[in-house]
Ligand binder design. Structure first.
Ligand code: NAD
Length: 503
């Protein structure tokens, strides 16, 4: 049995808690490894090592930090296929999708190579007579990332590239379901010349997370996962005095107006609804069909469903892989049943699809029509290959539906009317909006984040917001007086305007 340990002080370290968790290949259903689950004392040891490393790393020049980032970028770009294969083996997503995940993670590293520019402060010469004022941004010290199973390479890269470039030591607690990508990245950081202890991996579950949230030396926590856990992380972390950004779940709506290009909308619904078997926080799970486009749209989506090739992600012919676990597959399947019971019209039932492999955690693509807002298939994040169609009569009803939803991660509109698209962008309550783009994940020089129950905290992830999150501002007011020019003044300091003419 392959054993997955922690990474502390620049080397693997076997766990001492005596607790391990199983890691499966979801395409075969077989357990392929066991992963150490850290105790509180192991987390404390890891943070102590990171704290020491943080002191040295924040003193490293910007030029040196950028050079490490450039080398890391080169290594990652050169070996991206190896990382994608690890993602496919433990997560199950198909090779092309895993390659896309690595590519989007790589973008964040490329952004972070510009750290000398990104860390620049401001300078005001002569703010008062003989006084200059300037601002600088400094790292926080030890910061932690807690990441979900569905992007085991990209989400850690969202966080660690910026955090490390900014001069912090980064402690990663990856998902215990697919932890190998994190360990692989740790080795790559070392090879890139990152000093030992600046990148740490502690594997674990709630016990490790709680130890991170309680640790006084962890200054900030960046979290991505489901909404109930995001809320818990935000509330606990901030109560313990930490800076926290916690990204949660989603229920992303795609509005299709009557004038939309039908084939493009149907293709987008298939790609964004069933890609990664629906296990994306930016997956489209609700198609909102406005007016008379509903019948032809449902028909066009249904017509495409038999063409989706479902199979082992390692097989280059597969387009949709398995779900992460048997338990999750059964949970997703239970939602299909709930939809049927609640009166949704089943266009395709993934439980009955004859085209899925027998072994592994597979479920076929499901399409439900006539879904209404009170049904659990609509209210809950299913996180599987289940696409619901809600029919409305007007644009206003479509926007009202989205704005009333608990979540506000991403949303999209499909139309040929630029005015309607612009109005949608203005009206809709969501953090990321696509116009004829179903999965509007921002490029690395913008930032990623949702609204409402999809994000707790003030800053979005990566890009400019990431730099802001992983640094704090300091403002210096400075004077270099000539000897003998000082005087005592007990008044509150103010800028000198005494030589202005009286009005
Ligand atoms: P999850 O919330 O179960 O787990 C996320 C992390 O929290 C893992 O590291 C896990 O070990 C830890 N965790 C789990 N239960 C915990 C508990 N009780 N106490 C403390 N820590 C705990 O999420 P997941 O199933 O790994 O990932 C899927 C979820 O993540 C979906 O809801 C998806 O929408 C969301 N997600 C959101 C985004 C985003 O950017 N908004 C991106 C990717 C995934």
């Amino acid at each position: 049995m392959n054993h997955i340990a922690h990474w502390i002080g620049g080397a693997t370290r076997k766990g001492t808690s005596g607790r391990v968790g199983p890691v499966h290949n979801p395409a075969t259903g077989e357990q392929i490894a066991e992963v150490d689950l850290a105790s509180e004392s192991e987390v404390n040891q890891a943070v102590a090592v990171a704290r020491e490393a943080a002191e040295g790393w924040r003193a490293a020049s910007l030029a040196k930090r950028a050079a490490v980032l450039f080398t890391f970028r080169e290594l990652l770009a050169g070996r991206k296929d190896a990382l994608a294969a690890i993602v496919t083996r433990e997560h199950g997503k198909v090779a092309a999708d895993a390659a896309g995940e690595v590519a989007r993670g790589l973008e964040n590293v490329e952004f972070a190579t510009g750290i000398p520019h990104l860390m620049k402060g401001g300078f005001s010469e002569q703010a008062a007579t003989g006084v200059d004022v300037y601002s600088i941004r400094q790292p926080l010290g030890v910061v932690a990332g807690i990441t979900p199973f569905n992007f085991p390479a990209m989400v850690p890269l969202w966080m660690c590239a910026t955090a490390i470039a900014a001069g912090n030591a980064f402690v990663l607690k990856p998902s215990e379901k697919d932890p190998s990508a994190a360990l692989w990245l740790a080795g790559l950081w070392r090879e890139a010349g990152l000093p030992d202890g600046v990148f740490t991996v502690v594997n674990g579950d709630k016990e490790a997370v709680d130890a991170i949230l309680a640790h006084p030396d962890v200054a900030a926590v960046s979290f991505v996962g489901s909404t109930p856990i995001a809320r818990y992380i935000y509330e606990t972390g901030t109560a313990n005095g930490k800076r926290v950004q916690a990204l949660g779940g989603a229920k992303n709506h795609m509005v299709v107006l009557p004038d939309a290009e039908l084939d493009a909308a149907a293709d987008a619904a298939i790609s964004a609804g069933y890609g990664a078997a629906g296990e994306r926080c930016m997956a489209i799970s609700v198609v909102v069909a406005v007016g008379e486009i509903a019948d032809p749209l449902v028909a066009a989506i249904a017509e495409r469903l038999p063409g989706i090739r479902i199979g082992d992600g390692a097989d280059p012919g597969s387009e949709m892989g398995p779900l992460i676990s048997a338990q999750h597959r059964d949970r997703v399947a239970s939602y299909i049943e709930a939809g049927v019971t609640a009166g949704a019209k089943v266009i395709e039932d993934g439980r009955k699809s004859g085209r899925i492999p027998e072994k592994g955690f597979f479920l076929g693509a499901t399409l439900l029509d006539n879904v209404t807002p009170e049904m659990s298939v609509y209210t809950d994040e299913i996180f599987g290959p289940v696409l619901s169609v809600v029919r409305v009569e007007t644009y206003a009803e479509a926007v009202e539906l989205i704005n009333s939803n608990e979540y506000g991660n991403g949303t999209a509109i499909f139309t040929r009317d630029g005015g309607a698209a612009r109005r949608f962008q203005f009206d809709v309550n969501a953090g990321m909006v696509g116009v004829n783009v179903p999965i509007p994940v921002p490029v690395a020089y913008y930032s990623f984040g949702g609204w409402k129950a999809s994000l707790f905290g003030d800053t979005h992830m990566y890009g400019p917001d990431g730099i802001h999150f992983f640094t704090r501002s300091k403002v210096v007011t400075s004077r270099w007086p000539d000897p003998g020019t000082s005087k005592i003044d007990l008044g509150f300091p103010q800028t000198d305007k005494s030589d202005l003419p009286k009005p």
